[in-house]
Design a protein around this ligand. Structure first.
Ligand code: HEM
Length: 134
């Protein structure tokens, strides 16, 4: 077991992305959701996108130019509790690779982004009746 990274860099992000998506692919619930979408364009492309994404989020490099909300709104068969599971795997991976403080920083960012993706994917304003004003 190597020492845990105590810095966020493009190198340590590359380890995180590789390790996390290896777990995702091996996961009985999330694996098939990803394979179905990513098989066509290939995993190397997705991993490169995710390295750029985390580099932008954690190092503000601006390398990622995409629209995560749109990409997730197109997905079929994702349930709200899949996000909980995604976050558990992500946190586990961060804790394996990084010192506690850095793992917590990744987890916090991921949690916020997961919240906003879920809001876009699952919130249906028409199903929420405004409360009657008396
Ligand atoms: C249940 C949870 C999730 C599932 C099933 C999921 C699934 C996917 C899939 C299948 C793609 C590929 C879409 C495509 O290429 O068309 C994708 C892309 C992506 N995901 Fe997720 N995702 C989840 C949660 C998250 C979270 C929490 C984050 C951020 C913290 C995230 C960040 C991204 C980004 C940045 C992309 C690339 C979008 C682009 O093409 O620019 N995902 N996700």
């Amino acid at each position: 077991m190597h020492q845990r990274f105590d810095d966020v860099s493009d190198e340590s992000i590359a380890y995180l992305v590789d390790r996390f998506y290896a777990k995702i692919r091996a996961d009985a619930r999330l694996g098939p959701i990803f394979e179905g979408v990513i098989a066509a364009k290939g995993w190397p492309g997705h991993l490169a996108t995710m390295r750029a994404f985390w580099s932008s989020v954690m190092l503000t490099t601006g390398r990622y130019k995409g629209n995560p909300m749109l990409a997730h709104m197109r997905l079929e068969g994702v349930r709200p509790d899949d996000f909980e599971h995604w976050l558990v795997l992500f946190q586990e991976t961060c804790e394996e690779l990084f010192t506690d403080q850095i793992a917590a920083a990744f987890r916090e960012k991921a949690g916020r982004i997961a919240q906003s993706l879920q809001f876009g994917m699952f919130y249906r304003p028409e199903e929420h009746q405004p409360r009657a004003v008396s």
